[in-house]
Write a protein that binds this ligand. Structure first.
Ligand SMILES: Nc1ncnc2c1ncn2[C@@H]1O[C@H](COP(=O)(O)OP(=O)(O)OP(=O)(O)O)[C@@H](O)[C@H]1O
Length: 255
């Protein structure tokens, strides 16, 4: 039977589709897009059933809907498609992965971890005084789109510099600081805000912006809450709330 004639490439095909579906599910999990996707899935099942039973009138109407469906799909999922492509781009960005900077500037995990200490120190100090802060630490992607939304600093990381930036009367305290390698690249940056419905209701825009950037890119983010003085760590669209200095240091060293 040709039906059972499964080639190796078919298995690769199935695994690829399963992986893609899993990535899409992870991307839209907790957002309204998941329900829209389920709605589309139900629609496709309904359409297939109507075709199978040969119901001509319904089939013609649904065919016409499907014809404009691709455009509607792109419009409805504009943000998700953008996020998905951005994530793919930043994950597999060959130019930054093999950049000469990384080879010659000793940006190995071990070397870079010495720059985590001033970040942790600044966060603890900001937490003590309940000063709100949002810090993004870039990985492969340097987030130049977001750097451009703020003020360029390009200064070597120091806890004093971070504390000064987030000091309440400082002109740069609003928005996010972006750190790349051993440099504070920019401050006052505007980040994408997460639409994740799984986040607790009390969580405000600072936390949502930290969540948003880690959902859309491979960066990590730290938030110091102005309200509670609590430190939260964000990575891959996941939030660890109320972390201690040691835990924060560990997260940063691991990442
Ligand atoms: N899209 C954004 N990008 C960067 N920073 C943002 C963004 N939206 C809000 N912020 C920052 O968050 C601050 C507002 O925080 P808000 O009180 O809404 O958040 P929160 O998560 O409740 O934090 P907190 O616990 O510190 O109050 C703004 O003043 C601004 O500095």
């Amino acid at each position: 039977m040709t039906f059972l004639d499964i080639r190796f490439i078919d298995l690769v095909d199935i695994v690829l589709v399963a992986y893609l579906m899993f990535r899409i599910y992870k991307l839209i999990k907790g957002t309204v897009a998941l329900y829209i996707m389920l709605g589309i899935f139900a629609f496709i099942v309904f359409w297939i059933l109507i075709k199978t039973f040969g119901m001509e009138l319904s089939s013609t109407i649904l065919d016409n809907i499907v014809n404009v469906g691709v455009v509607a799909f792109i419009v409805v999922f504009q943000q998700e498609i953008r996020r998905f492509l951005l994530l793919l781009g930043s994950r597999y960005n060959v130019s930054t992965r093999f950049s000469m900077d990384k080879v010659f500037m000793s940006q190995s995990k071990g070397m870079m971890s010495i720059y985590n200490k001033p970040v942790v120190r600044a966060c603890l100090s900001l937490a003590k005084t309940k000063t709100g802060a949002l810090i993004v630490i870039t990985k492969d992607s340097e987030l130049l789109d977001y750097v451009q939304t703020g003020e360029l600093i390009n200064g070597v990381i120091s806890s004093q510099l971070l504390e000064n930036i987030f000091f309440k009367n400082s002109p740069l305290h609003d928005g996010a600081v972006i750190i790349t390698g051993n440099k504070i690249k920019a401050a006052g940056c505007i980040l994408p805000v997460s639409q994740n419905t799984d986040l607790p209701k009390r969580v405000g825009l600072r936390h949502r912006a930290a969540m948003g950037i880690t959902e859309a890119t491979d960066a990590h983010a730290i938030v110091v809450s102005e309200e509670t003085g609590r430190i939260s760590f964000f990575s891959k669209g996941q939030m660890e709330m109320g972390v201690s200095g040691e835990e924060l240091q560990e997260f940063l060293n691991k990442s």
